[in-house]
Design a protein around this ligand. Structure first.
Ligand code: AP5
Length: 211
């Protein structure tokens, strides 16, 4: 399985990538997680990209492409969550795929209206211990510490101001990629307002049809 997940902030890219990875064994590669890990490590690169992340802007293409390249080379079955995010990243992905003689099975666009997403993201919590994504109402963190000890925290870029900016950037730069992949006949659109397991099933069925 080699798929790209497209979708606005809060549509459920990370949630679905984790679930599909658990079901299929495909590797979940999240450029957002790579960015946050680099920032947390307080490396020179982390300090350089922190501001972009906190403001809800895209990290420069050349940095992101070099960050994710080794992960792509390393596994032959993967789900890309948050990459590509503009046409130049999509072209870079095409080149990387050519180098490793691989093809995309599908680009899955998760769709939901912005206002629903802003509301949804206020309930997001992420486990500091495992990185797993939860939602206070729709997918609550476990109470027993054995399954996931937490703590369950809110992301720094989930402020309303940064979120509105991330959604603007999505509509301007990332949404046009739907045409990019539709032109190649590999775009699948999924209604992301359904509940979490329904979205997973729809993605898996659609990807199976394309593969
Ligand atoms: P990134 O981490 O990728 O953030 P994002 O794109 O803003 O997406 P989110 O993680 O906010 O949303 P999601 O769709 O994954 O939703 P989730 O599954 O968590 O990127 C962060 C930053 O890194 C960027 O702003 C940028 O600075 C940088 N960056 C990353 N990639 C880059 C790139 N390629 N180029 C340049 N810069 C880059 O779900 C959200 C919540 O909703 C959760 O609480 C979940 O439990 C809940 N939920 C999910 N699905 C449902 C459902 N169906 N029903 C009810 N609740 C649901």
């Amino acid at each position: 399985m080699r798929i790209v997940l497209l979708g606005p902030q809060g549509a459920g890219k990370g949630t679905q990538a984790q679930r599909i990875s658990e079901k299929s064994g495909a590797r979940h590669i999240s450029t957002g997680d790579l960015v946050r890990a680099e920032i947390k490590s307080d490396s020179e690169l982390g300090r350089q990209i922190k501001d972009y992340n906190d403001r809800g802007e895209l990290v420069p293409d050349e940095i992101i492409i070099e960050m994710m390249r080794p992960y792509l080379d390393d596994a032959d079955s993967w789900i890309l969550d948050g990459f590509p995010r503009n046409e130049s990243q999509a072209e870079a992905l095409d080149e990387m795929l050519e180098e490793i003689d691989a093809e995309l099975d599908a680009a899955v666009a998760l769709e939901a209206p912005d206002e629903a997403l802003i509301q949804r993201l206020s309930g997001r919590r992420t486990s500091e211990a495992t990185g797993r994504i939860y939602h206070l109402e729709h997918d609550p963190p476990p109470e027993s510490g054995e399954e996931d000890p937490g703590p369950f925290v809110q992301r720094k870029d989930d402020t309303e101001e940064a979120l509105r900016r991330r959604l603007e950037v999505y509509h301007e730069h990332t949404e046009p990629l739907k045409h990019y992949y539709a032109d190649r006949g590999i775009l699948v659109t999924v209604d992301a307002t359904q509940n979490i397991p329904e979205v997973t099933e729809e993605i898996l069925d659609a990807v199976e049809e394309k593969a």
